[in-house]
Design a protein around this ligand. Structure first.
Ligand code: DX5
Ligand code: ZN
Length: 224
């Protein structure tokens, strides 16, 4: 089943609880939290206090996407704030295997993320450790950017490797996800769709989420 993970990056933070609830009412089942440090990516966002607040008002899994240097330093804090899933960038981790095990040692699902310019091959030694792989379909740092079509073949490659090696990781995609890009990513094998602008950027998050999930379920039927 394809899941929708609304990204709070594009939500109105003054009404965060209400907006997240609306997206959940529309069918969102994972809350995606973008953490940026101003070093790994050229933007600053939120940290553990926001995760702690979100934890108080939602039972949905909190998916923390760490776009930060030296993630090992902050993983324990995110876990104790209530993160359920934590993902780290392949490009930010010198000791990626150690970092993924650190996430798991805190009883969180461990994900690895790749930027648009990073090949899937760079993950071959960790695919049997991770719970999910997050394919960036924009360069990380900002919401509402245009989808990079070259990401689709990386999703397909991850889907094929998973079948060949009989692995169980899930495939998540993040960046420029909207009604027009969903068919290609879902048909390629993406199962968790992160969407910020398409859910919170305009209109009602509830009906936006419903529309995105409808596009996803139609594309699922077209998967061979
Ligand atoms: C980008 C973030 C995304 C962002 C996606 O660096 O990782 O999660 O919120 O936003 P949209 O869906 O607007 O492209
Ligand atoms: Zn993200």
């Amino acid at each position: 089943m394809v899941e929708l993970a609304p990204s709070i990056l594009s939500a109105d933070f003054a009404h965060l609880a209400e907006r997240v609830q609306a997206a959940a009412d529309g069918g969102g089942t994972v809350v995606h939290v973008d953490v940026m440090d101003g070093h790994f990516v050229p933007n600053l966002t939120v940290g553990p206090p926001i995760v702690k607040s979100l934890r108080k008002f939602t039972k949905l899994p909190l998916d923390c996407h760490l776009m930060i240097e030296n993630p090992d330093q902050f993983i324990p804090e995110f876990a104790s704030a209530g993160a359920d899933w934590i993902s780290v960038h392949q490009e930010a981790c010198v000791h990626l295997d150690r970092t993924l095990h650190l996430i798991k040692s805190h009883d969180c699902l461990a994900g690895v993320v790749i930027n648009p310019a990073t090949p899937v091959d760079t993950l071959s030694e960790v695919l049997d450790i991770v719970d999910y792989v997050l394919v960036m379909s924009v360069n990380p740092g900002f919401g509402a950017q245009a989808f990079i079509p070259g990401s689709v073949h990386k999703i397909r490659q991850l889907d094929e490797i998973r079948a060949q090696r009989r692995l169980n990781y899930r495939i998540e995609v993040d960046g420029g996800i909207a009604v027009d890009t969903i068919p290609d990513v879902v048909r390629a094998g993406a199962e968790i769709l992160v969407a910020g602008n398409a859910v919170f950027g305009h209109g009602d998050p509830r009906s936006n989420a419903q529309r995105l999930l409808k596009a996803a379920s139609e594309a699922t039927l077209q998967r061979v």
